[in-house]
Design a protein around this ligand. Structure first.
Ligand SMILES: NC(=O)c1ccc[n+]([C@@H]2O[C@H](COP(=O)([O-])OP(=O)(O)OC[C@H]3O[C@@H](n4cnc5c(N)ncnc54)[C@H](OP(=O)(O)O)[C@@H]3O)[C@@H](O)[C@H]2O)c1
Length: 413
């Protein structure tokens, strides 16, 4: 089927997942069924998909349903052939994601997802990047809280820095000032699977230490990258800082954006992310506590019996996650500081309303997918593996501000 004759603009694969259900409700409220976006829901269980559709109300009775198992290449091929874009929330992506990605690449179908698993993204890049360029499929990973606020936050900061100073900032820091939200079973399953992979393969552990691991071969600025691994004092923010759990994916996506734009942020660009603990002894204690908590989780997740105990007794099961009230009440406030080579600084704030990983992520993914389906002509963007900032840029900032409760602003002194 040619793009013009495809039945759907967008298919939500994994619509019955914890985050997929929130996304489906959001798309229904935002686009309905009679608007510009012709969309459908998909997954492995017709019964669950029908139940989800019913939960939307009678008006949704005509929302199309497609059934495909993540391990059935023929069904995935048919699904991809029927649509311009597939967005997937079927994770852990490292376990279930590859057959769908291959089907998208083979059928020239655009694709976006919520993965935050850099080891899987790297494998997909190595296997499918040249085929995606040939087929025209535009592949965009990390279209949720990781990594869109970070990738677009840096993009926005650099745009403003160029306008004010005539040059980009070669040092950018992202600091999480405040964040309220939770984690779902699917997110923990993806994290635990990554620890399992790292424990089994020393090459992956080496890869994890390389902040440029998602950059094209040959893109190798020799600048040593900062990395907050322990509690430390950050004079720029007059605060103690601790490691940020999403940094592993976000930092790599931001460097890939720099690489794909021929080093638009500079060949000495340095970037890191951390959480603000606050000033003084209390700030130090908070940053130390966060560091210890993350370290404890990493140790437990790396040891098979402890990992099994976490899965069985401690963490939410797949399909579970923060309550609807928590999803609505959640929020985040991210601060960016940029400094040019000659010492001028700019500060940017990115805020979002809704639990970062669910209430907000589903709106971000919905707008990214709709933008890909409706407003990014293929004549302007070729097939291949993009980052959110390189393919969506200002257009997505605009949509997120208008329709997804995100806000990007420069903080004037
Ligand atoms: N980037 C971000 O900010 C962000 C935020 C949130 C989540 N995530 C990621 O999004 C993913 C989903 O998270 P979640 O908590 O929503 O997961 P979840 O509730 O555990 O859902 C997993 C989904 O995968 C489906 N699935 C599993 N095996 C399948 C198969 N063989 N064929 C077809 N479908 C299959 C399940 O289908 P059934 O419903 O039929 O069981 C379910 O819909 C995770 O990888 C998570 O890390 C990322």
């Amino acid at each position: 089927m040619t793009a013009a004759r495809k039945t759907h603009d967008l298919v939500v694969f994994g619509a019955t997942s914890f985050v997929g259900q929130i996304l489906t409700r959001y798309l229904y409220e935002e686009f309905g069924l009679r608007g510009r976006l012709r969309w459908a829901i998909a997954g492995r269980s017709r019964g669950k998909l029908e139940k989800l559709r019913q939960s939307l109300g009678r008006g949704a009775a005509k929302l199309p349903i497609l059934v495909a198992d993540a391990g059935d290449p023929a069904a995935l091929h048919d699904m991809c052939s029927s649509t311009r874009v597939v967005t997937s929330t079927v994770g852990p992506y490292a376990l279930y994601g590859e057959p769908l990605l291959r089907a998208c690449v083979e059928t020239g179908t655009d694709y976006c997802d919520l993965t935050g698993e850099p080891q899987w993204i790297r494998r997909m890049l190595q296997k499918y990047e040249s085929a995606a360029r040939k087929s025209g499929a535009r592949i965009v990973h990390c279209c949720g809280f990781d990594s869109i606020p970070s990738d677009l936050g840096v993009h926005f900061l650099q745009r403003e820095a160029r306008a004010r100073f005539g040059q980009p900032c070669d040092r950018v820091k992202m600091r999480v000032k405040a964040m309220s939200g939770g984690f779902s079973g699917g997110t923990f399953a993806s994290a635990l699977n990554a620890f399992k992979e790292f424990a089994a393969d020393p090459r992956l552990r080496k890869e994890l230490a390389n902040p440029y691991s998602l950059c094209p071969k040959g893109f190798g600025p020799k600048t040593r990258q900062p990395n907050v691994k322990f509690a430390e004092y950050d004079a720029d923010f007059e605060s103690w800082v601790a490691p940020f759990v999403m940094a592993a994916a976000n930092v790599r996506i931001v460097h890939r954006t720099n690489a794909l734009t021929d080093g638009a942020y500079g060949d000495k660009f340095r970037y890191d992310e951390a959480m603000l603990g606050g000033p003084g002894l209390r700030g130090r204690a908070a940053a130390t506590g966060i560091t210890a908590g993350l370290g404890g989780f990493a140790v437990a997740a790396s040891i098979p019996p402890l990992r099994a105990a976490l899965e069985r007794f401690v963490l939410p099961a797949p399909g579970e996650g923060p309550s609807p009230e928590a999803q609505m009440k959640g929020f985040y406030d991210l601060r960016f500081l940029g400094r040019t080579a000659d010492g001028r600084t700019i500060r940017v704030k990115v805020t979002g309303q809704g639990d970062p990983g669910y209430g907000s992520t589903s709106k971000i993914l919905g707008q990214a997918a709709a933008l890909l389906a409706l407003d990014l002509p293929r004549s302007h963007t070729q097939g291949g593996f993009w980052t959110p900032a390189t393919i969506f840029g200002d257009k997505l900032i605009d949509r997120l501000e208008k329709h997804a409760d995100l806000h990007f602003e420069v903080l004037e002194d």
